[in-house]
Design a protein around this ligand. Sequence first.
Ligand SMILES: [Zn+2]
Length: 203
Amino acid sequence: MSFNPVSAAEPIAKLIEELSKLPGIGPKSAQRLTYYLLRAPADQVQALAEAIKAVKEKVVLCSACLNITDSDPCAICKDEERDRTKICVVEEPIDILPLERTKKYNGLYHVLHGVIAPTEGMGPEELKIKELLSRLNDGLVTEVILATNPNLEGEATAMYLQRLIAPLGIRTTRLARGLPYGGDLEYADDVTISRALEERREV
Ligand SMILES: [Zn+2]
């Protein structure tokens, strides 16, 4: 069998094409990554390929709080020690990590999977708000902590939710100022988040 440079290059072209679809990776970086992988040890490339597949096959959304998890319900929802009268509403699954790190919060969470951002075509229907309201129907929850980010979209979303939740007779609170305005929860330090949690206020 003779070496055919065109067909030999096909897998390379395919990988470059797929990698360039990733955020922040242009054709140049895709090319660099592809040639790096070509030279990398086979087991390293295998591990990467398996990790990519596993993320899609094994990670699901918790049917209660919509956090990402590999078992449904997630570890937090399953935990009998957690305070089921409180639900802390966050924008993205990644926002749960800094709140958990403070060890100051022992309630449950609810992940919206976005914020209201009309300029980006994100309306309330795009968020997991219906799911939140149906959780509030069980009569157990007495407080909803609105922990959306302290920026324009986060504030607007918190206000929108407050208006929906108030008629249900459930207390709504917002993390205290002190979180830098325009900053993301994801990047705030533990002390700041702990204080914002402790000093949360009614909305
Ligand atoms: Zn959960």
